[in-house]
Design a protein around this ligand. Structure first.
Ligand code: NAD
Ligand code: UD1
Length: 343
């Protein structure tokens, strides 16, 4: 039987590249659609090394609807995962129109291309959403039916796309839509060949800690130690990108197996504080990670972590890797590629 093809918009990026490997290992044939706006073509060689054959690539912009339609007709994918988009909260406050263009118009372009290209049976569609749609939650762990309070243009664009896809599904029941709300993806493939390669100063904790450990930055600034948490620092649900990649495989398999759609949290269900991550990273790299406590970062919440039980029920999926593996794999990637894919 020919392998089922899966189109990955943004497949050259951090989460997309790990999902690419997991899909090939699961016997599916992923095709990357990417314009390399936030990724490096060197990832393609790494994916070749990891999977034993060159990746299939469609280079271009998801906003180019007629071209995306031609890509869909060429590959006739059984499924599409829509990773492509912008993801920095602070940047979205400064450049909201760019975020609406890339995230909302980008998803609209893809959805229209799917509608135009498919005669009656659209591919299963998985969308990368975020736990940020919950804003500052009233209760932890956070369930999928918690109030939705997007507090940045980024979060709002993700919620807008969720609603757009659900409306399309109501209008056309042949659509199967899986919405995945990721908590905090970190870590890297255990080979050290692929990982997160942020451009400029990292916004997020784990890439910053990795760059301090490898000597690119002098110390970590811990944003506040006076939160009402066990050690005063912010608590988050870190999820290993390898577990996240397997969550996408499980979501696609469910939709291809007849499931009509779902909205699911992908997280571990456990919270870790900033100082717990700093400590675990120190153990992984064999030396303490220097840090200084500074003021809180505006917009940060004290604590949130997922209730991932619905993903377990619907997909039979749960995380397997803890913060030790997350730190060890981040360190392997960072120490072997101190400046990311560029060298
Ligand atoms: P990433 O930036 O590494 O990957 C996104 C990829 O999309 C990049 O390769 C980029 O070149 C590509 N891209 C961007 N705009 C494009 C366009 N117009 N046309 C074609 N390709 C385009 O990001 P990531 O961390 O892998 O995140 C993937 C998705 O997951 C994003 O939608 C993000 O919002 C969502 N998400 C990420 C996180 C996180 O912490 N990384 C958390 C929650 C949700
Ligand atoms: C941020 C985004 C969120 C996004 C997530 C991706 C904000 C407000 N939210 O969430 O939308 O989905 O990244 O993983 O930007 N920290 C430090 N020092 C640092 C960096 C972070 O102390 O240099 C702390 C933060 O205060 C927080 C924790 O580390 O307590 C995690 O921060 P980060 O990795 O940025 O993730 P989030 O804040 O959860």
């Amino acid at each position: 039987m020919p392998q089922q093809s899966i189109l990955l918009t943004g497949g050259a990026g951090y989460i997309g590249s790990h999902t690419f490997v997991a899909l090939r290992e699961a016997g599916l044939e992923p095709v990357i659609l990417d314009n390399f706006a936030n990724s490096h073509p060197a990832v393609l060689d790494r994916l070749h090394k990891l999977t034993g054959k060159p990746p299939l690539l469609e280079k271009g912009d998801v906003l180019d609807t007629p071209w995306v339609e031609s890509v869909l007709k060429r590959h006739a994918p059984a499924g599409v995962v829509h990773f492509a988009g912008l993801k920095a909260v602070g940047e979205s406050v400064a450049q909201p129109l760019r975020y609406y263009r890339q995230n909302v118009a980008g998803a609209l372009s893809l959805a229209e291309a799917i509608q135009n290209a498919s005669n009656g049976t659209p591919p299963a569609l998985v969308f990368s959403s975020t736990a940020t749609v919950y804003g500052d939650p009233d209760n932890v762990p956070v369930r999928e039916d918690a109030p939705l309070r997007p507090s940045s243009p980024y979060a709002q664009t993700k919620l807008d796309v969720e609603n757009m896809l659900l409306a399309a599904q109501v209008a056309q029941p042949a659509w199967r839509v899986g919405i995945l709300r990721y908590f905090n993806p970190v870590g890297a493939h255990p080979s050290g060949l692929i990982g997160e390669d942020p451009s400029g100063i990292p916004n997020n904790l784990m890439p910053f800690v990795s760059q301090v450990a490898v000597g690119l930055r002098p110390h970590l600034s811990v944003f506040g130690n006076d939160y009402p948490t066990r050690d005063g620092t912010g608590v988050r649900d870190y999820i290993h990108v390898q577990d996240l990649a397997l969550g996408h495989v499980a979501a696609l398999k469910a939709l291809l197996g007849g499931n009509q759609g779902f909205t699911l949290n992908l997280g571990s269900g456990r919270g870790s504080s900033v100082l717990e991550i700093v400590d675990a990273f120190g153990k992984a790299c064999g030396k303490p990670v220097p840090y200084q406590v500074v003021a809180r970062r505006p917009g940060d919440v004290a604590e949130y972590y997922a209730d991932p039980s619905k993903a377990n029920e619907v997909l039979g999926w749960q995380t397997r890797l803890g913060i030790e593996e997350m730190c060890a794999d981040s360190w392997r990637w960072q120490s072997r590629n101190p400046r990311g894919y560029a060298g």
